[in-house]
Design a protein around this ligand. Structure first.
Ligand code: ADP
Ligand code: ASP
Ligand code: MG
Length: 420
C-alpha cells in the first residue's frame, strides 16, 4: 500500500485559480513520487471574513449566547466547499483522478459546539477506499458534521486541525501545512523582518506559540498532532515543485527529544484578540470567584489571565481582573452584570485596548533570569505591564495594545533571536 501524505493549503495559497493551479502542481508532484494523497483546503483568503460579516449582519442570534450557532456554521462552512470543488476540477483537468469531499461526506464527526466544534471521530473507511483506488481526496477543511446531521465549523484557522485529524485517522506519514510563509519563525515575520525560521520546534513550544497568538497553526491542530504523534511540516506554497531545498526551508514540528539545538527562548508571540474585564469592589469571601467563573464556563467563555488584588479597594473587598477573547467581551459583560446581585461587586469595566505578548521556550524550565530580561526590556521602552501570567515554558504580559509591535521587537532583540 502506498504511504499516505496529507497536504493542507491555507487561504492565501488558494486565493485564485492561478494559485489553485500551482497547488495542483505541488499535489501532482507528491502523487508522482508514489504517495497516496489527501489534500485539505481552506476557503479563498478573505472569504470566511466576508461570510462571517454576512451572518453577523443577518441578526437573529440569541441574546447572551454565542453568536456562532448552527446557521452561522451553515454559512461560513461554504467557503471551503468552493475551493475543494475547484481544486478537484483542476486536478482532473491535469489528468489526475480526484474528487472533493465535504466534512459531512468524509465524514468528519464533531460535537455540536457550533463555531468551534471539536472533532470526535473520522471513520476512515470511505476516504481510505478512495485513496487505495488511486484517487486524490480533496477535503474541505474547517467543516464537520454532528451525529444528527448538522454542519459545524472548527473555529477560525480550523483547516489546520482538519488536516492533522485526517492525517491521524489515515495513519499518514506526515501532515504538510502549506501557507504563505516558509515555516514557523521566531516571531511573526510581518511584525519583525529580522525574525528567523525555526527549522525544528517541539510540539510543546508550538502549542504555546499557537495558543498565545502565533496563528500560523491553529492551537487544536498542534494538540492533536502531539496526542497522535503526527509529524507536521510547515512550508510555503509559493514555490514550484522541486524548487525548495528541503534542508533550507520549512519547519518540522516534532517531539522535543528529536531536537538537538536547545534554546532558552524559542519565540515571541502576541495576540490582539483580548479584552480585559475589571471588577471593582468584589466581596472578599470564599465562593465569589467560583460564582463568577462558573457563570462564564457555563456559557463556554474561555477565561485566560486572572489577577485579584486588594490595592485601593475598600476594606473587605478586592478588585479582580481577567482576560477573555475579544469576540466574547460583550457576552462576558452581560453574564457578569446578570450576576451582580448575587456576587455583589461595585463596578464593571471592559478594556479592549490591550494585547498579550509572550515569550516561549522549553529552556525556561532550567534557566533563571528569563523574566528579568523580559521586564527590563519592556521597562527600557517605557511599556507598562498590566497583568502577568507564567507557565513552565512561557511568560505572558498584558500591555496597552498601542505598544504591541514595540514590545514584540524589543523582546525579540533582548533574547538574541534576530537574524545575523
Ligand atoms: P493560512 O491561510 O495558510 O492558514 P495563516 O494566515 O493562518 O495562513 O497563517 C500564516 C501567517 O501566520 C503568516 O502569514 C504570518 O504572518 C503569521 N504568523 C504569526 N506568527 C508566526 C510565526 N511565529 N511564524 C510564522 N508565521 C507567523
Ligand atoms: N477558512 C477558515 C478561516 O478563515 C479556516 C481556515 O482557513 O483554516 O478561519
Ligand atoms: Mg491558518
Amino acid at each position: 500500500m502506498a504511504s499516505r501524505l496529507v497536504m493542507k493549503f491555507g487561504g492565501t495559497s488558494v486565493a485564485d485559480l492561478e494559485r489553485i493551479r500551482r497547488v495542483a502542481r505541488l499535489v501532482a508532484a507528491e502523487a508522482r513520487s508514489g504517495h497516496a494523497i489527501a489534500v485539505v483546503v481552506s476557503a479563498m483568503s478573505g472569504r470566511t471574513n466576508e461570510l462571517v460579516a454576512w451572518i453577523d449582519a443577518a441578526g437573529g442570534a440569541a441574546p447572551g449566547l454565542a453568536a456562532s450557532d448552527d446557521e452561522y456554521d451553515a454559512v461560513v462552512a461554504s467557503g471551503e466547499q468552493v475551493t475543494a470543488g475547484l481544486l478537484a476540477r483542476v486536478l482532473r483537468h491535469d489528468g489526475l483522478d480526484a474528487r472533493s469531499w465535504m466534512g459531512w461526506q468524509a465524514p468528519i464527526l464533531t460535537d455540536d459546539t457550533h463555531g468551534s466544534a471539536r472533532i470526535e471521530d473520522i471513520p476512515p473507511e470511505q476516504l481510505s477506499a478512495s485513496l487505495d483506488a488511486g484517487q486524490i481526496a480533496v477535503i474541505a477543511g474547517f467543516q464537520g458534521v454532528t451525529r444528527d446531521g448538522r454542519i459545524t465549523t472548527l473555529g477560525r484557522g480550523g483547516s489546520d486541525t482538519s488536516a492533522v485529524a485526517i492525517a491521524a485517522a489515515l495513519q499518514a506519514v506526515r501532515c504538510d501545512i502549506y501557507t504563505d510563509v516558509d515555516g514557523v519563525y521566531t516571531t511573526d515575520p510581518r511584525i519583525e523582518q529580522r525574525a528567523r525560521r525555526i527549522p525544528k520546534i517541539s510540539y510543546e513550544e508550538m502549542l504555546e506559540m499557537a495558543s498565545l497568538g502565533a496563528k500560523v497553526l491553529q492551537t487544536r491542530s498542534v494538540e492533536m498532532a502531539m496526542a497522535h504523534r503526527v509529524p507536521v511540516r510547515v512550508l510555503s506554497s509559493f514555490t514550484e515543485p522541486g524548487e525548495a531545498d528541503p534542508d533550507k526551508t520549512g519547519t518540522i514540528v516534532c517531539a522535543e527529544e528529536e531536537i538537538v539545538e536547545k534554546r532558552i527562548v524559542s519565540g515571541v508571540a502576541f495576540s490582539r484578540d483580548e479584552a480585559k474585564i475589571t471588577l471593582y469592589g468584589v466581596p472578599d469571601h470564599p465562593g465569589v470567584s467560583s460564582k463568577i467563573f462558573s457563570g462564564l464556563a457555563d456559557a463556554n467563555v474561555n477565561v485566560d489571565m486572572i489577577v485579584q488584588s486588594h490595592a485601593r479597594s475598600a476594606a473587605g473587598t478586592a478588585n479582580m481582573e481577567f482576560t477573555v477573547g475579544r469576540r466574547d467581551a460583550l457576552r462576558t459583560q452581560e453574564i457578569i452584570r446578570a450576576l451582580q446581585g448575587e456576587v455583589g461587586f461595585e463596578e464593571l469595566a471592559c478594556d479592549e485596548n490591550v494585547a498579550k505578548v509572550s515569550v516561549v521556550g522549553v529552556g525556561m524550565r532550567s534557566h533563571a533570569g528569563v523574566a528579568k530580561t523580559m521586564f527590563t526590556a519592556l521597562a527600557e521602552r517605557g511599556v507598562n505591564i498590566q497583568v502577568i501570567s507564567t507557565s513552565e515554558i512561557k511568560i505572558s504580559v498584558l500591555i496597552d495594545a498601542a505598544y504591541t509591535e514595540l514590545a514584540v521587537r524589543a523582546l525579540h532583540a533582548a533574547y538574541g533571536l534576530q537574524e545575523g
